[in-house]
Design a protein around this ligand. Sequence first.
Ligand code: FCB
Length: 450
Amino acid sequence: MGFKEDFVWGSATAAYQIEGAAFEDGKGLSVWDTCCKRPGFVKHGHTGNVACDHYHRYKEDVKLMKEMGLKAYRMSISWPRILPDGIGKINEKGLDFYDKLVDELLQNGITPYITLFHWDYPQELYKKGGWLNRDSSNWFAEYTKVIVDRLSDRVNHWMTENEPQCYINLGHGEGTHAPGLKLDLSDVLLAGHNSLLGHGKAVQTIRKYSKLDCEIGYAPIGVVSFPDTNSKEDIEAARKATFGFDGPNLWNAAWWIDPAYLGHYPEEGLKAFEKWMPKIGANDMETIHQPVDFLGINVYQGGRVRAGVSGKPEVVELKAGYPETAIKWPVTPEALYWAPKFFYDRYKKPIVITENGMSGLDWVSLDGKVHDPQRIDYLNRYLKEYKRAAEDGVDAKGYFCWSLMDNFEWAEGYGERFGLIHVDYETQKRTIKDSGYWYKQVMETNGENL
Ligand code: FCB
């Protein structure tokens, strides 16, 4: 018992967080390139201009992946590197980079899992209204076709978008992520609806043009609540808190997944957002609801919940001194049991954990190594829970640890280190952390050593 024999073990990154070469070889600007220039937008004025310089060091990085025994690698593609204006003219040099990277991965026996959009939206399209523009889903489909035409003879695992909750809410509502807008809820919902249309059209495009049989998913945050006890009441309260609405809360998972996986917005959500809902086109829900092969969810933490009066979910506050990671996210391994379970029950698609991991206070020790026992413990605890979910009947298909290497953590800059590989940003020296070697054994034994 445990993980299935063909379980996919990997690690994940995103283009803007690692590539650098932000202004090279004809790449266009993304909204992150421009927001990083705004004073105060990113901590310490850090930018992704150089990041891990992966654009120039990808061979070395693939070598490290191989040394770590990675079976699969989740990466994203920089849209403006391929289409500097977001649509229209193709930048061949940009495409060449991904072409070479994919070849390098395959030559080293590593399966690429490609996320089409992980937040670095083309600045030129932003100027046309970005996700607020009704055409934005067609722009996304055009970009998707370019990638699929070029890579689908070798790549057959795709994710359309990463965490719409973040780039729509933080980027368009709270203004703390690019493009840094603080729009009214009605516009945030409109941008969200268009991004869902983008998902649907991207799936259609991949299906239509892929040269290989392929598997397609999506990678929203698996925002989850887990039960305080194993009582039936607490479990149902946690499920309710996970998919239900207690007011107009856009961090909810059902809002972002139900349309794509079930073909409609959740009823409760429609009620909660009634005053702000955009006009939904006659065929929109059909377009959004495309056949998909797996559900990717990013899971770092969950909220503890118990059943209150007549089953109403009640948040159980964490005790003082509760364990938390460097970025101050609580350590809640239960999330990796209950998220796969709840999401599998509801959507009935194989689950891939597309991100999970922690930021730690890691540095290179005097002995030249990076000792990160807390990350080993964190991953161990979470993976044991995921394994338990697999044993309890969840179709658990894969797991991607965030992240392959320390990188540019968006508005937090380089201060947060999530990697299995340490990066010295002054010298670009990479050092596999103890957790990287530990994870190697996990992959080798298919999780038997957990
Ligand atoms: C997720 C993002 C990823 C990274 C991790 C820590 O929200 O998808 O890019 O920033 O958090």
